[in-house]
Design a protein around this ligand. Structure first.
Ligand code: FO1
Ligand code: 5AD
Ligand code: SF4
Length: 781
């Protein structure tokens, strides 16, 4: 059988033919298992030969999208923008040197050693706006600016640049070599059909001509540039194309030995692209491609699989298939090519990798073999910078201590402008004093614009472009009554039996969460009863329930401590906790505006108890009462330090008082009040709380997109069918139908991501639950 022959040849270290690879790529089920066996063993042998058995590598990096303009138009790409889109979204044509440094420094503080410069191909050839920007700034071409930026990063931060600017000529490769110890460009595929046939993914993209891309790979070899390349799986290429692409890479590697890693990247369909309805690459097909890359390239190749493009439950398969590298992973910036796919937390990735039998180690952007042979492979200008970061024995990254923050509040002059403060807040939030934050919070006019634009940048580089939303329903337990015995239909109260029906109905409608708030008026056991009723009726529904105040009520009435109370609620089915029921974390303010709220110390104790029980929570600020700018800053600082202690907050929601509230700055418009609050929240909480939510039920339609451009990234819950039971409160009767959320995101040219309560990807709601206008088509009984 041809697969068996192919596998024994691979095992013996012989070359695989095209037909061999086709057989490997087509293997499924038990045949695929046999392939994985051989591929995994080959990888293990290679790692032993490299002197690091059992080591899986990654590079700690920041993603620097220098420009999203591009002369190409790949049908799967959401990275790319047109000048009109940039203008409408308020994005710059090119990132300024200051913006680049801000991102690099943020990474440097998190121990990143790589700056990945990924950008569109030669935008100036298509867009006059790009040409004009380059002329005005004194750069002959985009690639010239790439060299400048790479040099700036290394000079200012010591980080190393990996250059990923698309197609380069031999001359350009040579000119860029002194600025980055490695470069890369995905081959993607050798298929000419995808390039030449109208309607196919690469049609109309001159830089995706496979001959041109193979030429770049060849030239990089001639110029001795450690090079990252790979294939994209699932963009319409055939199995034969895939086999031929791998063989082309093997041949180039034979000639020059410069292919430091081969990325096997699975295509992920993106909303708003021509390929939005195409299926993501199939898991077995993708796994077979990883194994085929290993078998084609041999034991000593590095095979990279991006960990954010697969579910962690799928990692085991990819590891069995012979992968040995996760590529660049960022603790700071989003993957701008796949903005809806967050990076795994590095601690989680290390734990996962360990569970699979490997030790996770950090490498540099240039792989150890090239670091060791720097005289051949790395430009002399970079030798010192590489040596400063490399472990001399392994050639991987040297262990580093966290870099101390460079700026300090003491050093900055009091006279510094609000715009300069905003830049500092973006690069080093820890360096700002309370008075600095208060100045930002009270900014107006052009200062406020500078503030919101800095916050929007931080949002983009940390959580990416996706706007998230969770499909949920709300239930207020104050309407709970003990039994069905009530005279006449009481439409605002309900029993536990009806709770179960509501939960089932919510799940049927495609909700992933039921949000339950309010003290239960009947017996204390109803807290646990309610959680169980929901979980029994709809086991997959995420139960977001019981504010600190509710948990205290339950604890007091049942004679439990607050820790015991949240543990009991968790065991009964609660998944996460609403961190509401507090206005400002200050007892003086509480006494004045909300004396019935629980004392601040109790709120904090309850949140700590919830987090300790493994229940994550939201966090909020109700602003616009009587509080000062300093009060708001102190509130944010408390949340930030609590987060650094527990890590339990999923998001922060700055919630304005219904109506206009009291402006912080007299005469400032409500929309500017909200912009300043959202921007300061994003900046002060960056590096601690990742998501800033727009509380849409409290805001008018025109304000929502403005706040999503001022640092916010989340729309919260859709409140399916708009009903809060009982019918009370300002949110009553309001609903954000998914198509409306889609429309908001589309208008901002950003993807909408349906999330779970804890920010994982949620399965999209089946459209049958809504009609075209986004209204419910089924009636709640
Ligand atoms: O975060 C990403 N990094 C990408 N990288 C970077 C990669 O993950 C590593 O950071 C670098 O290869 C350095 O190790 C690429 C690098 C290339 O040279 C060519 C293509 C890619 C593709 C991606 C990508 O889609 N997302
Ligand atoms: C940075 C690299 O990411 C790849 N890339 C671009 N768009 C997608 C997508 N939708 N899914 C997966 N990979 C993609 C391209 O090959 C590019 O070179
Ligand atoms: S994938 Fe690269 S070349 Fe293609 S459109 Fe996007 S930025 Fe341009």
């Amino acid at each position: 059988m041809s697969l068996d022959d192919a596998l024994s040849r691979a095992d013996a270290g012989d070359d695989l033919s095209r037909d061999d690879l086709v057989a490997v790529l087509s293997a499924r089920g038990p045949e695929l298992d046999a392939v994985l066996e051989v591929a995994g063993a080959l990888r293990d042998r290679g790692l032993r030969e490299a002197g690091r058995p059992g080591v899986f590598t990654y590079s700690r990096k920041v993603f620097v999208p220098i420009t999203t303009l591009c002369r190409d138009r790949c049908h799967y790409c959401v990275f790319v923008d047109t000048p009109g889109q940039l203008q409408r979204a308020g994005k710059p044509v090119f990132m300024s040197p200051e913006q680049v440094l801000a991102v690099a420094r943020a990474g440097q503080r998190q121990g990143c050693k790589e700056a990945l410069l990924t950008l569109g191909d030669r935008p100036e050839e298509r867009w006059p706006e790009a040409r004009r920007w380059l002329d005005e700034h004194g750069f002959a071409s985009t690639l010239d600016y790439v060299a400048y930026v790479a040099n700036l990063i290394t000079t200012e931060t010591g980080m190393l640049a990996h250059l990923n600017p698309g197609v380069m000529s031999a001359d350009e490769l040579q000119r860029l070599r002194p600025f980055g110890p490695s470069m890369g460009m995905m081959l993607e595929t050798t298929s000419r059909d995808l390039f030449e046939t109208p309607g196919q993914v690469h049609y109309g993209s001159p830089d995706k001509d496979p001959d041109l891309r193979l030429r770049v790979i060849e030239d990089a070899g001639i110029h001795r540039i450690p090079f990252t390349t790979g294939i994209l799986v699932g963009i319409g290429e055939t199995i034969t194309d895939r086999a031929e692409s791998l063989l082309a890479l093997r041949d180039a590697q034979r000639r020059y030995g410069h292919l430091q890693e081969i990325i096997v990247q699975n295509f992920r369909a993106k909303p708003g692209t021509a390929m939005r309805d195409a299926a993501d690459a199939d898991l077995e097909e993708y796994t077979a491609a990883v194994a085929a890359a290993r078998l084609a390239m041999g034991a000593n190749a590095r095979i990279q699989v991006p960990p954010n493009l697969s579910d962690p439950t799928e990692f085991a398969l990819l590891v069995r298939a012979g992968a040995d590298d996760w590529g660049g992973v960022s603790p700071v910036t989003a993957d701008h090519v796949n903005p809806e796919r967050p990076w795994p937390h590095l601690d989680d990735l290390a734990a996962r990798t360990a569970e699979l039998g490997f030790e996770l180690r950090e490498r540099l952007t240039a792989h150890p073999e090239y670091v060791h042979a720097a005289a051949t492979w790395i430009a002399p200008e970079l030798h010192a910078a590489v040596a400063a970061l490399a472990d001399p024995v392994s050639g991987l990254a040297a262990p580093t201590l966290a870099t101390p923050s460079t700026a300090s509040a003491a050093r900055r002059s009091r006279a510094s402008s609000v715009a300069a403060l905003a830049t500092d807040a973006a690069t080093d939030p820890a360096s700002l004093a309370d008075e600095d934050w208060a100045r930002l919070l009270t900014a107006t006019g052009a200062d406020l614009d500078a503030l919101t634009s800095a916050a929007d940048d931080v949002r983009r580089y940390t959580v990416g472009e996706a706007i998230s939303v969770v499909v949920n329903r709300n239930l207020t337990t104050t309407g709970l009554r003990a039994s069905v015995r009530v005279e006449g239909p009481d439409r605002d109260t309900f029993t536990l039996t009806e709770v179960a029906e509501i939960a089932r109905d919510a799940a049927d409608l495609g909700a992933s969460e039921l949000c339950v708030q309010g003290v239960i008026p009947t017996d204390a056991d109803a807290y646990l009863g309610l959680a169980r009723a929901v979980k029994d009726a709809a086991p997959t529904l995420h139960l977001h329930a019981f504010r600190p105040q509710d948990a205290w009520d339950f604890a007091t009435r049942s004679g439990l401590s607050i820790d015991e109370a949240y543990r009991a609620l968790r065991d009964a089915g609660v998944d996460t906790v609403p961190g509401t029921g507090v206005k400002v974390l200050d007892d003086g303010i509480r006494e004045r505006v909300a004396p019935t709220d629980i004392p601040i110390a109790d709120w904090l104790a309850a949140i700590r108890a919830a987090h300790a029980a493994g229940l994550r929570s939201t966090s909020v600020l109700f602003y616009g009462h009587v509080e000062s700018a300093a009060d708001r800053i102190s509130h944010l600082r408390t949340l930030r330090s609590l987060q650094l202690e527990t890590g339990g907050f999923t998001e922060f929601v700055p919630i304005p008082l219904p109506g206009f509230g009291v402006p912080l700055v007299e005469g400032r418009s409500p929309i500017d009040e909200h912009r300043a609050m959202v921007a300061v929240s994003r900046l002060l909480l960056s590096g601690a709380i990742a998501h800033i939510q727009v509380p849409w039920p409290r805001l008018d339609a025109a304000t929502i997109p403005v706040l999503l451009r001022s640092g916010a990234d989340d729309l919260g819950g859709t409140l399916l069918d708009g009903r809060i039971l009982p019918r009370a409160g300002v949110e009553h009767g309001r609903e954000l139908p998914l198509p409306e959320a889609e429309r908001i995101a589309r208008h901002l040219l950003r993807p909408l991501r349906q999330r779970t309560t804890d920010y994982r990807d949620a399965r999209p709601t089946p459209p049958r639950a809504h009609d075209a206008a986004g209204n419910r088509t089924r009636e709640m009984r």
